[in-house]
Design a protein around this ligand. Sequence first.
Ligand code: ADP
Ligand code: ZN
Length: 732
Amino acid sequence: MKQQIAVVAVAAPLDKALSYRVPEALRGTLAVGMRLRVPLGRRTAVGYLLQIVEGEADDLKDVFEGLDAEPLFSAAMVALFRRAADYYRHPLGEVIRTALPAGLSGGQGRLAPLRESVYRRAPDSPAVRGARQLELLAFLDACGQASRSELLARFPGCQGSLRSLLKHGLVLEDSQERLRDPFVGQVIPADTVVAPTEHQQQALTIIDSALEGGGFQSILLHGVTGSGKTEVYLRAIEKVLAAGRQALVLVPEIALTPQLVGRFQARFAPRRTRLAALHSGLSAGERYDAWRRIARGEVDIVIGARSAVFAPLERLGMLIVDEEHESSYKQSEGFRYHARDLALLRGQMEGAVVLLGSATPALTTWQRARSGLSLYVSLPQRVLERPLPEVILVDLTVERPDGLLARPLQEALAANLERGEQSLLLLNRRGFAPYLLCADCGTTPRCPHCDITLTYYLARRELRCHYCDYRCVPPEQCPTCFGTELLPEGAGTERLEQELQNLFPAARIARMDRDTTGRKGAHQDLVEGMLARRLDILLGTQMVAKGHDFPGVTLVGVLQTDNLLNLPDFRAAERAFTLLTQVAGRAGRGSQPGRVYIQSYAAGHYALECCVRHDFEGFCRQELALREELGYPPFGYLVNCVLTAADAALVGRTAEQIAAGLREPAGRLGVEVLGPAPCPLARLRGKSRFQVLLKSPQRPALRHLLGRLESLRRRLPSGVALAVDVDPLDMI
Ligand code: ADP
Ligand code: ZN
C-alpha cells in the first residue's frame, strides 16, 4: 500500500537525509519546513522535514511527532540549505540548525507561540451598570475586538470591570496569538530627507537597471568612509519594494545598533513597510516570532547579522551586504559558512541583485569586480564635500616614547581636548598586559588548556585566557624560580586607559572592548555617550572602528600597529590596511576635518603608506601581486582541514595519515597538500590541533579531493575530530 514518507534532515553529523514513515495519526498535520521528533538509533532526535513523498514505507521507522504548527521555511529554502551544505561539506541537518534562530533549533527548547486573551462585545447584551464598563464596551464597539494588553494599557486597573462584564455575558473572551515585537513602543526617529549626491545618483542608476533586469546581478558598491552608502541602500530598497519584492540587509553584528535600525524605520515605517530585525540582542521569543512573521510572508525588509542570510523570504529582490569585508560574516565554528558568499549564492538561485558595500572591499571581492564578474559602482568622495582625514605616520624608531603615546599623538590629544573635540584611540588588545614575565628567569604563566599566554588584568587582579576563559589569581612568585618580580609586559586597552587618565586627569575617558561591553546595552551606552558628547576620548579594540558615525570625532590614533602587520597569516597586510582605513574613516565625519596618527615601527610598510594616501587601489595592486606569486586567494582556493584530539601524539599521527591519503589523488588533480603542521594555536581548550591545508588554482579539483577526504573521515580513530573549513579566513 502507498504510504507517506517524510524525508528528514536530522540535526546530527550525518551525510544523508533519512526517510521515515508518516503514521496515520500525523497525516495532514505535517508540512515541509516543520521540525519533527524522530527515532535515531536508540535515541530520539530533532529533524527538519524536507519533503513528503508517496511510497513503500513498511521498513521505515515512524515519525514520533511534529513540533511546529506552521512551517519555518519553504521548499525553496531547502534548495538553498542543500547547496550550502554541499559547498561547505557540512551535514544538512546541522546547516539547517545553524540557519534557524537559536533557541528553537534544537527542538527541546520551550519556545512556543505566545497566546493572549482577546475580548469582543457579545451580540445581545443585557443592561450595563458602571461607567467604567460603559467605557470598555464603547471601546470594544469602536474597534471590534481588543487584546488584554491593549485594554490594560488604555484603561489601567480595568481588570475588575472586565471580569464583571465577562461574568454577566456582555463580553466574550477568545484567545489569539500575540507576536513578540521588539519595535512596539519604540520611538521612531524622524527621517532626514537628503537629495542624493551626483555619485549616489550614478550608483543608483546602475543599481536600478540591474533591478529592472529582474535576474541575478552582483554589484560592488565601493564608497569611501562617510560617502553615504546607507542612503544608497535605502533608495535601492524603495525600488525593490515598489516592484513588489523584498529586501534582505546584512550588517555586522556590532553595527546592528538601534541607530542603524532607526534609520531604516525612519524611512520605511511611515509607509507601513513591514520591517524585521534579526540579531543576538533580541530575546529568543522575539527572534522566533520575527522569523515566523518572515516565513508567513508578513515582512518586506529584514535587517540582520550573519545568520539572517537564511531568513525565509520568498520574493527576494535584493540582498545587501554592508561592510562586506567584515570577518564577522564568517562563522568560525561548526558550520563554517561565509554570509557574503552565501548571499551571492542565494542571489543566483533566487534571481536577486546582490549589493556588496564597503570602503575597503575584500581583495577577493575587488578581484571579482575587476575581472567583470560583478558590476562596480563607486562613491569616491564624502558627502557635502567633506575631506577625507589627513593621515600621519608616527615613526616609533625615531620617536621612542616612554609610554604608549608618542609625542605627536599626545600633543594632538591635548589640543583636541583644549578645543572640546572628541578623539578615538585604537589598540587591538584587551586587558592590561598580554602576559606576565618573571624578571629573573623569563617564565610567563600560560593557560593550562591552551597554548597561549595568560592576559593580565590589573583592576581585577586576574590572569585570563582569551580563548577558553580560564581564570586565576596572578601568582605572587614565579612558578619556576620562585622569583618575586613578575612584570606585566606589553600593553592592552586597560593599560592605555590608565595612561590616558594619568596624562589627562580632567578628560572624560571610556573604554570599548569585549570586557566593557559584555552587559546588554553597554555598547549602546558608549555609543550614545559619544554622540551626546559626554565623552572626550573613546579608546578600545577594533570595536571602535566598526561603522560608527560620530560627527564630533576629529582625531583618531592607532597604537601598536605592528601587532597587526606581524600576524602569522597571509591576510595580515589586508587586515591591517582595512582596519586602519576603517578607523581612520571615523575622523572628520562632521563639519570639522579630521586627523589620524598611526604609530608604528614599520613606517615604510606598503599597507601603511597606502593608508596615508587613501590609496585603496595602490594597496590592492601590491597585495594582488604577492598573492598571485604564492597562489593565494583570489588566485587560488583553500580548504583547511583541522584535526583535534586530547592526545597530541594521536592527532599528529592521524594528520600524517590524512595528508598521506590525500597526496596521491591531489597530485593527479593539481592540488597542493601543505602540512600536516601543528596549528599556530597548537593546543586549544585541552585539545591538540593539527592542520592540513589544501590549495588549488581550480575550485572543481579541490571539490573532487574533498570527496576523497569524506572517505578518509569515516576511518578516523575514535577521539579525533576533523573540521573542514572551506575558504578559511583565520588559520590560527
Ligand atoms: P558610509 O556608510 O558611507 O560611511 P553614511 O551612510 O553613514 O556613510 O553617511 C554619512 C553621513 O552622510 C550620514 O550622516 C548621512 O545622513 C549623510 N548623508 C548621506 N547622503 C547624503 C546626501 N546626499 N546629502 C547630505 N548628507 C548625506
Ligand atoms: Zn585557555
